[in-house]
Design a protein around this ligand. Structure first.
Ligand SMILES: *[C@@H]1O[C@H](CO)[C@@H](O)[C@H](O)[C@H]1NC(C)=O
Ligand SMILES: *[C@@H]1O[C@H](CO)[C@@H](O)[C@H](O)[C@H]1NC(C)=O
Length: 325
């Protein structure tokens, strides 16, 4: 089968991503700061809604008001306390968006409905105002919150971590912390890593070859890493180049079973492959699914048939772990 040279994306979606590209470009200043006022003007946010809409109700739960750490809770039914919980980290280069942003509110609603699971969508602090490891600390603190206060929200014995793009990076590091620290009730039984954002100093083949996606061009991803990393660090930092320095160490950890979702036209995909190889070599259980004609972020757009295929695949993975644990 000949590989196609262009992703199969409808024109409507091309226009949407081009507009988003322009907005992000205008909001990222060359000195490494973000023009929040400009970005927030166009980032439409939705309030939580306690009424069931298409069988999903939402509410916002504060974890630590001092650092504005909260999560949006998506519950599929009144008897949610028996359902698995998926702790979700949104994408946006560590620097943009929130669980209230229209796209992520809609995406978590569809996750909640399709998986029949409680979704906890984390509002972590954003870079560059808050650099690494703020995002990972916030993520783990939400897991700790669930350990102490989560039993009324869902079945904390059947927790999953999930994230897309930079959120996939955060989910990985929160998974490592869960392995290393003691939790009383929370059991993380799976990780859904959706086009996770990893990197390194080296330029991999996919980063050089795939140039038609302006949302994740090298120029853009370099900016995100710079805004996120502590000053003085380069992209071989262990939070970026994850399969480098930590390679030996992970073997001894009880890393959760992982589903890795890859898009064929994602320039970051060769880094995701390295992540996959690294986990495999370290004896971890990881399954990879590639959507060859898709772009980075395709799962967020319900007009794509692949977005529904993605949901069924995640559903299958979640059910398998819930059934088997
Ligand atoms: C659990 O909830 C209580 C009451 O809201 C709060 O004081 C406590 O910090 C929470 N636990 C964690 C680990 O956040
Ligand atoms: C990742 O980090 C390791 C260890 O620091 C280094 O040896 C390796 O060259 C890095 N990989 C890439 C692709 O940059």
């Amino acid at each position: 089968m000949a590989a196609s040279t262009k992703p199969t994306i409808p024109w409507k979606l091309r226009i949407m991503t081009s507009l988003l590209y322009l907005l992000l470009k205008a909001s990222r200043r060359s000195n490494g700061t973000v023009n929040r006022r400009l970005f927030n003007l166009f980032d439409r946010q939705l309030p939580p809604n306690p009424n069931y809409i298409d069988a999903v109700a939402t509410s916002d739960v504060t974890v630590d008001a001092k650092r504005n750490l909260w999560f949006r809770l998506f519950s599929p039914s009144a008897s949610a306390a028996t359902l698995p919980i998926v702790v979700f980290f949104h994408g946006g280069g560590f620097a943009f968006l929130s669980p209230a942003s229209t796209t992520y509110d809609a995406f978590c609603r569809s996750l909640c409905r399709s998986l029949n699971a409680v979704i906890v969508s984390v509002n972590y602090r954003l870079a560059p105002e808050h650099r690494y490891p703020s995002q990972n600390d916030d993520g783990f603190d939400v897991v700790k919150y669930l350990d102490e206060n989560g039993t009324v929200l869902g079945n904390v014995g059947k927790c999953f971590l999930a994230g897309d793009s930079s959120g996939g990076n955060i989910a990985h590091h929160v998974a490592l912390r869960v392995c290393k620290e003691r939790l009383r009730f929370v059991r993380v039984i799976g990780l859904v890593s959706i086009e996770p954002f990893f990197g390194g100093q080296e330029r991999l083949e996919s980063e050089i070859r795939i140039t038609q996606d302006p949302l994740v061009s090298l120029e853009v991803t370099d900016w995100y890493w710079k805004a996120f990393l502590p000053s003085g660090s380069d992209r071989d930092h262990e939070v970026v180049n994850v399969s480098g320095p930590n390679a030996v160490y992970i073997s001894g950890l009880d890393y959760p079973k992982t589903l890795l979702v890859v898009a064929g036209f994602d320039p970051i995909k060769d880094w995701q492959r390295r992540y996959y190889e690294w986990l495999r070599k370290s004896g971890k259980d990881i399954e990879i699914i590639e959507y060859p004609n898709m772009i980075h972020g395709f799962h967020l757009f319900p007009i794509l048939p692949e977005a529904s295929q993605f949901l069924s695949h995640v559903n299958h993975f979640i059910n398998k772990q819930v059934g088997g644990s």
